[in-house]
Design a protein around this ligand. Structure first.
Ligand code: ATP
Ligand code: MG
Length: 496
């Protein structure tokens, strides 16, 4: 083991700091071969190399993955020349910002030339300027916890650089800016959203002066592109404590800029008056949905849980009996989710999935509350499965998570009713191919039987048979032919 990190003069005094550095040492040793080889390449070329930013922070926190960030005095073209022979793969997509991407074994490395940007105070776009000193690079980073560096040499990790108190910040689990937060956020307003993201990801809190600056400067987040905002929101939602990250956004006003519908739920009282408001209900559902995840963090499920009730404030009605209703809030909410996610430039698939889950989240309620038949017909169960399609496992989790009543008996009743629904689905699925509900006759047979050419009438017949299939389950071939013929004759000569 290399003798390195602990040699740092400004951390010698504290046992807790020594412990953190020892943890970092272990994390870095896992990448020892790559670090030594890379250190050799830079030493031979006469350049300096430092592991930096999130990688150093994550090593200290024992959560370093295979993404490693470096900074160097070498310019991008020099980097390309130096690394060409060593890297498994090279990417230059970030070259105008001074970044070269490298694939080596399982590791993905990003190596960025020291930056010493100035900010155009009108457009606030950084003018990329390269620097010569590590300290100038560190001071322009977003948070002190992200502004530490470890020198990498041919012997592996070397001395630890922490001119801005990053180690103390990691120790205290606090996010603070290297300089005054107002200046930092004015230079790049995205940093404000990154604060909320790190609150979720790292479970840190935010320094009081940073909170003040967030409140004051939140509207400036408007200047940031939808793509950059969405990337941070996704990381926030996928973090360890998205509820804390979202609540920081909402409390400081960042949410008003990028996700106003979520803070907007603070106004509406939920129908059972069980919770402070729909906003806290939604955050509880998000937390409960996360608890139900079985296969790692699920971005679609988390988005759907957060947004499932955003239609409530605009559909709230005070009823004559003194109650409150939110009729069709799932329909309105699905539309609102679609609109917001489109504005944030999400993929069509992502938008379709999240809005469909929002749309379906309420349907189960007719099953359990004894208002309907108490138990759905087979047809209703088939429709539930068909409408959810591949989203069904997520819908199960969302609906179960959407029970936040503190009445234990009621909660147990709802979960038992959902168990019952899942059992019904399994029962029907064993009898029928529920995952692929299709009409019992295909388009070619419809054309042959009715003696009609391809066209809208075939589609109409196909949809009729699909509805029948949903209502009655699979029909025999003869039954299907008989039903089709009956429908066609009753339909007469209408044209479509
Ligand atoms: P993760 O990789 O988990 O997303 P990270 O901290 O590595 O977290 P990146 O977005 O990869 O975050 O950025 C790498 C480093 O670059 C950060 O740790 C920080 O030092 C710096 N950085 C990134 N974005 C900014 C920014 N907008 N302003 C200032 N510094 C930034
Ligand atoms: Mg990173």
């Amino acid at each position: 083991m290399d003798p390195l990190l602990l040699g740092c003069p400004n951390v010698a005094g504290s046992g807790a700091d020594a412990e953190l550095l020892a943890a970092a040492q272990v994390a870095l040793n896992r990448h020892g071969d790559v670090l030594r080889e890379l250190g050799r390449v830079f030493a031979d070329a006469g350049h300096e190399l430092f592991l930096v930013g999130g990688s150093v922070r994550d090593a200290l926190l024992g959560r370093l993955g295979n993404d490693l960030d470096f900074t160097t005095d070498a310019r991008p073209e020099q980097l390309q020349a130096m690394l060409r022979g060593w890297a498994d793969a090279l990417w230059d997509t970030g070259i105008e910002f001074g970044t070269i991407g490298v694939g080596k074994g399982d590791d993905r490395l990003e190596i960025t030339t020291f930056r010493a940007d100035t900010y155009d105070q009108v457009s606030r776009n950084p003018e990329v300027r390269f620097g010569d000193r590590l300290e100038d690079d560190l001071v322009r980073r977003d948070f002190t916890s992200n502004a530490m560096a470890v020198r990498i040499t041919a012997d592996g990790p070397g001395e630890f650089h922490d001119p801005l108190g990053g180690l103390a910040a990691v120790q205290a689990k606090v996010l603070d800016t290297p300089a005054a937060p107002e200046i930092s956020f004015g230079d790049d307003p995205l940093r404000m959203l990154r604060a909320a993201r790190f609150v979720s990801q790292l479970e840190f809190t935010v320094a009081p002066r940073v909170v003040e600056a967030l409140v004051e400067m939140a509207p400036q987040l408007q200047r940031i592109s939808a793509e950059r905002v969405a990337a941070e929101l996704d990381k926030l939602l996928l973090g360890a404590d998205p509820v804390a990250g979202i609540d920081l956004m909402v409390q400081t006003g960042l949410g008003d800029v990028v996700l106003p519908e979520v803070g907007g739920m603070r106004m509406a009282i939920d129908e059972h008056h069980q919770h402070k408001d729909v906003y806290w209900h939604s955050l509880t559902v998000l937390r409960q949905a996360i608890d139900l995840e079985s296969d790692g963090p699920d971005l679609v499920l988390r988005w759907a849980a957060l947004l499932h009730d955003i239609g409530k404030p605009s559909t709230r009605r005070h009823e004559a009996d003194g109650g409150v209703s939110f009729h069709h809030h799932e329909v309105v909410g699905a539309k609102m989710a679609r609109k917001r996610m489109r504005a944030l430039k999400y993929s069509k698939q992502m938008i379709d999935d999240v809005s469909q889950l929002v749309y379906l989240h309420l349907r189960f309620h007719g099953y359990a509350d004894g208002k309907g038949a108490g138990r759905w017909s087979d047809s209703a169960v088939r429709r539930y499965v068909t409408d959810a399609g591949p989203l069904l496992p997520r819908l199960h989790k969302l609906v179960r998570a959407d029970c936040t009543t503190r009445n234990k008996r009621r909660a147990a009743r709802l979960q038992a009713a959902y168990d019952d629904l899942e059992a019904r689905i399994a029962e029907l699925a064993a009898k029928e191919d529920l995952a692929r509900v299709r009409p019992d006759l295909d388009g070619n047979e419809i054309m042959r039987l009715l003696d009609i050419p391809a066209g809208p009438q075939v589609g109409e017949a196909w949809r009729y048979l699909k509805e029948l299939r949903l209502d009655r389950g699979p029909l025999s071939h003869d039954e299907a032919v008989e039903e089709l013929t009956k429908w066609w004759n009753a339909r007469g000569d209408q044209t479509v």
